[in-house]
Design a protein around this ligand. Structure first.
Ligand code: AP5
Ligand code: ZN
Length: 216
């Protein structure tokens, strides 16, 4: 089963993708994570994208499609969760082509619906474990012991450079301008399902599981 989690910054894509990896053994392909890794590795491409990301703008289709194709070629399908990809119509077309070349298809596109006010709260309260990647929130998902990751015990908890009000405004604009047209694109192909992203994390997971069981 291959699915796309589609939604604005802070909708909960990463949180739900990690659950699906754990519960169903699917493979999470997060272009945001891949780009942040490229940044950490300090390659020329990494340095170039770091600036663009910090401002909240989209990285070029060419770079992102290249990263995804590399991962698709390396991983054999237990099912992919596309998290934060595609974000433009050109990326959606490229994904369609890659999957059909591999003899695979898209089973569902899950739109996670949330309102802008909630997104500000979510983004400004978010922190993640620098070691295992677990995603937390100051209010809705704090760590059990302050300053220590529940999952791996690491004390390396971090906040993202683009999780500030200014960059968030740009990220939202980019979403509405360039990514939201994908909703129409996938609605027409009959692959679109909507879930209420404002519900509790476990309830959202249940709604996504129902879509998967029905489609997979
Ligand atoms: P990316 O890393 O993809 O970030 P994003 O889309 O902005 O999404 P986020 O990671 O911010 O949010 P999320 O939906 O995963 O929410 P999360 O689960 O963390 O992209 C970053 C940048 O990289 C882009 O701006 C761009 O520059 C570049 N980029 C990436 N992909 C690209 C592409 N394809 N093309 C071009 N450029 C690309 O949850 C958020 C918070 O809310 C957390 O604190 C969490 O604990 C909490 N939370 C989650 N669910 C709930 C819930 N149900 N109730 C209460 N709290 C919740
Ligand atoms: Zn951890």
């Amino acid at each position: 089963t291959n699915i796309i989690l589609l939604g604005p910054p802070g909708a909960g894509k990463g949180t739900q993708a990690r659950r699906l990896v754990e519960e169903r053994g699917m493979v999470q392909l997060s272009t945001g994570d891949m780009l942040r890794e490229a940044k950490e590795s300090g390659t020329e491409m990494g340095n170039k994208v770091a600036e663009v990301m910090a401002k909240g703008q989209l990285v070029t289709d060419e770079i992102v499609i290249g990263l995804i194709e590399e991962k698709l070629a390396a991983d054999e399908g237990t099912g992919f969760i596309f998290d934060g990809f595609p974000r433009t119509l050109a990326q959606a077309d490229a994904l369609g082509h890659s999957l059909s070349r591999m003899g695979q298809k898209l089973d569902a596109v899950v739109e996670m619906k949330v309102d802008d006010e909630a997104l500000v709260e979510r983004i400004t309260g978010r922190f993640t474990c620098g070691n295992c990647g677990e995603v937390y929130h100051d209010k809705t998902k704090p760590t059990k012991v302050e300053g220590t990751c529940d999952v791996c015990g690491s004390t390396n908890l971090k906040r993202r450079a683009d999780d500030n009000a200014d960059s968030l405004r740009t990220r939202l604009m980019e979403y509405y301008k360039k990514t939201s047209p994908l909703l129409g694109y996938y609605y027409h192909s009959g692959d679109l399902f909507q879930v209420d992203g404002l519900a509790e994390i476990g309830e959202v997971a249940g709604a996504i599981a129902r879509v998967l069981d029905q489609q997979g």
